[in-house]
Write a protein that binds this ligand. Structure first.
Ligand SMILES: Nc1nc2c(ncn2[C@@H]2O[C@H](COP(=O)(O)OP(=O)(O)OP(=O)(O)O)[C@@H](O)[C@H]2O)c(=O)[nH]1
Ligand SMILES: [Mg+2]
Length: 322
């Protein structure tokens, strides 16, 4: 009988070690995990994964009945991610994960209202933290009330889908091996059905992939907003990229706190430019966002312009602080 990896969902096989689902023949009967998951779980390393493209996932999901939960963390909400969310048909919910990473002074309720307005979201939005078990029971009860047999957990890679499902398995005593979780992209490789008597049928999924800024940090820290006053023609250097402000403005950077930030006048070559209006967020996929208060003309260096999108600020005029 066919056997599937409990961690990533791939069909287990002992024929080809270069193909996913591989497990040596002598281990086949004793384990429920493929070699790749074993390495991810124990050493945090793995070989390259095949990626399902976003269209495939959307197509698959849009042909299924059930309730759909879309996960993303706050720093990764941008036009590209919301566009994917909007392409999901049927009843759905937006879940903002990893709120343990948010500075306590950020007002989640205000952010929720802003997000709904800016991105025109009619569905509910729920904030959770799997690590801190924040709102997990609330979310499960919310989903129970939907009275659907199948609940699909979708979202960008690394948004925390499998971690959340593992937590639900633990809290509701569901008899099931843990799904594989890692900070690498594309950990889950298939749609994985978790049948159970305790709750609804849970389906994990391969994450959507979005081209993003490769922020080279190992551990993601609490997001502490940092504010600077940029003078006319001043340059800010964040991690590997530079932005020059043609006009004076206050700016606030929302990213992981150990990103390297420096400010100075510097004449370097700027390839790209971008005009922005008052009080916008400059979203950089995979990095976070920069709130820019005053209308500006930005010169940008060493940053792929395709990773950038702008929106009205999610913090309004008072920075969303309590
Ligand atoms: N700080 C924090 N980190 C979390 C939380 N939930 C998950 N993570 C981390 O986020 C990373 C990705 O988690 P996964 O559960 O593998 O994400 P996924 O959405 O299943 O990813 P794919 O399978 O690649 O689509 C891991 O390093 C987790 O430890 C959370 O509540 N707080
Ligand atoms: Mg996963």
């Amino acid at each position: 009988m066919d056997k599937y990896c409990s961690g990533c969902g791939k069909l287990l096989q002992y024929d080809n070690k270069d193909i996913e689902g591989y497990i040596p023949f002598n281990k086949y009967d004793d384990t429920n995990y493929c070699m790749r998951c074993f390495k991810l779980i124990h050493y945090g390393s793995s070989y390259n994964n095949k990626e399902y493209d976003n269209e495939y996932i959307l197509n698959y999901i849009n042909n299924k009945f059930g309730f759909k939960v879309f996960l993303t963390d706050l720093l990764n909400i941008n036009n590209y991610v919301i566009d994917l969310y909007k392409k999901i048909n049927g009843n759905k919910l937006l879940v903002i994960t990893k709120v343990d990473l948010l500075d306590k002074t950020l007002n989640k309720n205000k952010i929720k209202i802003k997000l709904k307005n800016i991105y025109n979201i009619n569905e509910d939005i729920i904030f959770i933290s799997t690590n801190k078990e924040y709102n997990i029971h609330y979310l499960v009860n919310y989903l129970k009330n939907k009275k659907e047999n199948n609940i699909y957990f979708l979202g960008t890679t690394n948004s925390g889908k499998s971690s959340l499902i593992n937590k639900i398995i633990e809290l509701y005593d569901i008899k099931r091996d843990n799904l594989t979780v890692s900070n690498k992209k594309n950990t889950t490789l298939e749609f994985i059905n978790i049948n159970n008597k305790e709750l609804f049928n849970i389906i994990d999924s391969p994450g959507f992939i979005i081209k993003d800024y490769n922020l080279n940090i190992k551990y993601k820290n609490i997001i502490k907003p940092i504010t600077f006053n940029m003078k006319k023609d001043e340059v800010i250097n964040i991690d590997k990229f530079y932005i020059k402000f043609k006009e004076q403005s206050s700016i606030t950077i929302y990213t992981y706190e150990n990103s390297y930030i420096k400010k100075y006048y510097k004449d370097i070559e700027f390839k790209d430019s971008l005009e922005v209006s008052n009080n916008i967020d400059l979203c950089i996929n995979g990095f976070g966002f920069i709130n820019i208060k005053s209308k500006n003309n930005l010169l940008i260096s060493n940053l792929d312009i395709n990773l950038i999108s702008t929106r009205k600020s999610i913090f309004g005029d008072n920075d969303g602080q309590n």
